[in-house]
Ligand binder design. Sequence first.
Ligand SMILES: Cc1cc2nc3c(=O)[nH]c(=O)nc-3n(C[C@H](O)[C@H](O)[C@H](O)COP(=O)(O)O)c2cc1C
Length: 285
Amino acid sequence: MSAWTTFFCEQSDRFGDSPDAQSTLQEPLGLDAPPATWQLLSKRASCRAFDGRMPSIDDVRTIAALALSSPTKSDLQQRDIVLVQDDNVLEALKRSLASQAWTANAPMLVIFCANHRRQRRLHEMRGHSFENDHLDAFFNASVDAGIALATFVIAAEAAGLGTCPISAIRNRSAEVSELLHLPNHVFPIAGLAVGYPAKTSEPSMRLPLSATVHTNRFCDDHESDAVEAYDARRAQRQPYQQQRREDIFGKSEAYCWSEDKARQYHLEERADFGAFIRAKGFQLD
Ligand SMILES: Cc1cc2nc3c(=O)[nH]c(=O)nc-3n(C[C@H](O)[C@H](O)[C@H](O)COP(=O)(O)O)c2cc1C
């Protein structure tokens, strides 16, 4: 099988076989094989099981440098990375993540932080008052941190490491913030478990491109049909091993992605996050 055929099979497995997926993706660019990054992304998957080896801190620093080479809004560079290797800090963080049992075997945690403190320092240094104390400051720094996280994941996976983002650290934002000595205007957007994979993770299926890639104008007229088709395809190939909160919702005969996601956000989560961010000094209006 040629590298392009393998690539298109992977795409089809992930997104489904709709005709527009085929026409969108079958464009071999005049290359004999897909670029290495495409091949990597095509079958990438989060890793939650590690073999116990500790990644070298020098390698992880290099990956952090690559992550920070990603684009940054207006060159503002409003994101920082905290590498957590120290046993005491690592264990304390893992205690905060008790709801995510799999994190117990993560050799290293990397915390991605939005940092608006530096920008405020620039205003002090240069004597120009900061006149944009509104939601945009929080948003720009968060987006920058998210871009760095995504780039770190790609760079780490390209080096044979396994990763899985952890938004569960925001379940206890204040605790994590204190543990990492995060000052005002600096907050964690997500953690990332990093280590060597114990096994190959199966790529998880995505909604069809017909529902998520729009051309020229946004249109979700047929979204419910697309979701139902995706639910069925996914339930058949990647059924959930467990149903979310069976104690509350009961057991569903046709458990699927949309049921899982609707159950997830039927229950209140992180309702105190806004208060935490305000306490960090951000204005969210
Ligand atoms: C910002 C962010 C936060 C996430 N937080 C968690 C988490 O707390 N726990 C977890 O197990 N996975 C977490 N994930 C991983 C997602 O569950 C995973 O990306 C999704 O199921 C798709 O699977 P894949 O990455 O293997 O394609 C997070 C992913 C992102 C991007």
